[in-house]
Write a protein that binds this ligand. Structure first.
Ligand code: BEZ
Length: 239
């Protein structure tokens, strides 16, 4: 029987730049139609392996504590595991009522948590990676833009909790790159220099190398300029 279910499962591995696969689901906050319910805002769809497990609990407490920050950057959070709705509800209640961890307590998870007992959504999003586990989702993170396009995908294994400051940095970085038409160097944070897109012609390349203005060129293909931190926050927090 289990084999039959596996046979029927539509397994796919969505890619960056593609539309987020559509699905309808039951969540702890009611039914959702994804991604159409989220058009106009960024959304992070993430999976966790199982309710009532320690790494996942630490992650949910951290993500829920940071939700306001993500919302202020016009980004909504949606969780998923292959557990059922009543397990989700019981686990989130336990987190709120009983768990105190690293100064976080009384943490209420307000974002929707999808029940996916058939693994339909997890399979559609490549969250089931059998080399790691065939009955649980890995820790997948999909950043989806206001047009419903997947912009970044990050996977973590079962044994390693995510770095939520990094997830926030990715969101702010994606929005900054879009807003200012720039690229961002290694370890970029708001206030750091940004990369000016590569010159399209020799003339422009020469101009760039000779530029004494706002740009700093390390070579013809690698030019940066300052981007004021306040300008970044103003742009990324407005939408
Ligand atoms: C955890 O969240 O602690 C966990 C979940 C599944 C497998 C291993 C660890």
């Amino acid at each position: 029987m289990e084999e039959k279910i596996q046979e029927k499962a539509v397994m796919s591995l969505p890619r960056i730049g593609e539309p987020a696969p559509e699905f309808k689901a039951v969540t702890t906050q009611g039914d959702i139609n994804f991604p159409s319910d989220y058009k106009g805002s960024w959304v992070i769809l993430f999976s966790h392996p199982a309710d009532f497990t320690p790494v996942c609990t630490s992650e949910f407490m951290t993500f829920a504590s940071m939700e306001k920050k993500f919302n202020e950057a016009n980004c909504k959070l949606v969780g998923l595991s292959v557990d059922g709705l009543y397990s989700h509800i019981a686990w989130l209640r336990t987190i709120k009522e009983k768990i105190e961890y690293k100064g976080m307590k009384d943490v209420e998870v307000m974002f929707p948590l999808i029940e996916d007992i058939t693994m339909e959504v997890a399979n559609k999003y490549g969250m089931i990676q059998p080399g790691e586990a065939s009955t649980k989702a890995v820790r997948a993170v999909f950043f989806i833009d206001p047009k419903g396009i997947i912009r970044t995908i990050i996977y973590y294994p079962l044994s390693l909790g995510r770095n939520f400051d990094e997830l926030y940095r990715v969101l702010i970085g994606l929005k900054t790159a879009d807003e200012f038409g720039v690229a961002l160097p290694a370890d970029w944070r708001p206030g750091d220099d940004v990369i000016v897109p590569t010159a399209g012609s020799c003339g422009t390349a020469k101009e760039r190398m000779e530029s004494k203005g706002e740009m700093h060129c390390y070579d013809w293909f690698f030019c940066t300029k300052k981007l004021d931190e306040d300008k970044v926050w103003k742009a990324v927090l407005k939408k």
